[in-house]
Design a protein around this ligand. Structure first.
Ligand code: PD2
Ligand code: ZN
Length: 287
C-alpha cells in the first residue's frame, strides 16, 4: 500500500481519538500506526487533523484560574518614568522587567550615605547567617560566603532616612520592612541562587511568618562598586544587574512560588570587595 492509496477511515479517526483520550503519547500512537503499515506523513496528518477536529467539537475548555497573588510593593509610574521622587530624593529608573518584576534604580543612595552605612556596619560584621527554614532559627550558611549584620529598624538617623526613602520609592509601609541587612563579600565570595520568600513546605516557616507574614519584595542596594564580578543574577531570565555604588535592584513576588521567576543570586566577586544593604519587605507589619 503506497501513501497515495492510504485512506483515513472513520474507524481510524475514532481509534486515534480513543488513544488520545486514554492518555497515550502521540509518539506511541504514531509508532503503532507505522507498525500497521501507515506511511509516516499520512499518519501524522491524520492524527493532527483528527485531534484538531475533536478539540473543535469539545469547544473552549474552562481555564483553571490561578490563585490570586498577594498585593506587592510597586514603585510609582509617573509622567517622567525615568525619575521617581522618593522623600524628595530623585531616583533614576534604569531598567524595568515585568516577569520577574524587577526594577533597577540609579542614585538611590548618595556616596556619603553608602560610606556611612558601611562605617556603621563594619564593626558588627560576622560570617553570614540565614534564617533556617527547618527550625525558624539561624545558622551559618555555605550558600552565602559573605559576612553580614542586621540593623534594627530606625536605629540611627541615617537608617531612618534610608528606610523612609525606600517606603516611598516602592510605596510600601515602612513598618512592613525588616531591619536593613548589610553584607560584605570578599574575593571568591558569592550568594548562590535562591528565592527570598520562605518556603511554605519547610517546617520552620510557620514560625517565621508570625512576624509580618511572607516576604513580598526585596531591595538590594549596592554600597560600593566591586573591582570585578558580584552581579546580582536572575538565572530564570538571564538577567545580570551590575553592582554600582548607590544603585539598587528591586524585585517583588506575589506568591511563594518559583513561577514568580525571582530566583536570584550574587555572582562571585572576582576582585575587590562587594558591599550591599538589603531591605526585605513583608506582607504585614514586621515586629
Ligand atoms: O548581593 C547580592 O547581589 C544578593 C544576591 C542575592 C543579595 C541577596 N540575594 C539578598 O540579600 O537576598
Ligand atoms: Zn536574595
Amino acid at each position: 500500500m503506497t501513501a497515495a492509496t492510504q485512506i483515513v477511515t472513520e474507524d481510524l479517526r475514532l481509534w486515534i481519538v480513543a488513544q488520545a483520550e486514554a492518555g497515550c503519547r502521540p509518539d506511541d500512537v504514531l509508532a503503532a500506526m507505522k507498525t500497521s503499515g501507515w506511511d509516516e506523513d499520512v499518519a501524522l496528518e491524520a492524527m493532527e487533523e483528527t485531534l484538531r477536529q475533536r478539540l473543535d467539537e469539545l469547544g473552549p475548555r474552562p481555564v483553571k484560574p490561578l490563585l490570586p497573588g498577594s498585593p506587592v510593593p510597586e514603585p510609582p509610574r509617573g509622567s517622567s518614568p525615568e525619575v521617581v521622587l522618593a522623600d524628595g530624593h530623585r531616583v533614576r529608573v534604569l531598567t524595568t522587567l515585568r516577569l520577574p518584576r524587577v526594577v533597577v534604580f540609579g542614585g538611590l543612595l548618595t556616596d556619603a550615605e553608602c560610606a556611612g552605612l558601611m562605617a556603621l556596619a563594619a564593626p558588627r560584621l560576622l560570617r553570614s547567617e540565614t534564617v533556617d527554614n527547618s527550625t525558624g532559627g539561624s545558622e551559618v550558611n555555605a550558600a552565602r560566603t559573605s559576612d553580614g549584620m542586621f540593623f534594627e529598624r530606625g536605629e540611627a538617623p541615617l537608617i531612618q532616612a534610608i528606610e523612609q526613602r525606600i517606603a516611598e520609592l516602592v510605596r510600601w509601609p515602612l513598618e512592613n520592612g525588616e531591619g536593613l541587612q548589610v553584607l560584605r563579600y570578599r574575593p571568591g565570595a558569592e550568594y548562590k541562587p535562591h528565592h527570598d520568600y520562605f518556603d511554605p513546605a519547610h517546617a520552620g516557616t510557620a514560625n517565621i511568618l508570625q512576624r509580618g507574614g511572607q516576604r513580598v519584595g526585596t531591595l538590594v542596594m549596592y554600597l560600593n562598586t566591586p573591582e570585578g564580578g558580584g552581579a546580582t543574577t536572575f538565572p530564570d531570565v538571564g538577567l545580570e544587574v551590575a553592582p554600582v555604588r548607590g544603585n539598587a535592584v528591586f524585585f517583588s513576588y506575589d506568591r511563594a512560588h518559583a513561577s514568580t521567576k525571582t530566583l536570584h543570586g550574587g555572582a562571585p566577586v572576582t576582585a575587590g570587595e562587594k558591599w550591599v544593604a538589603t531591605k526585605w519587605l513583608r506582607e504585614g507589619v514586621f515586629t
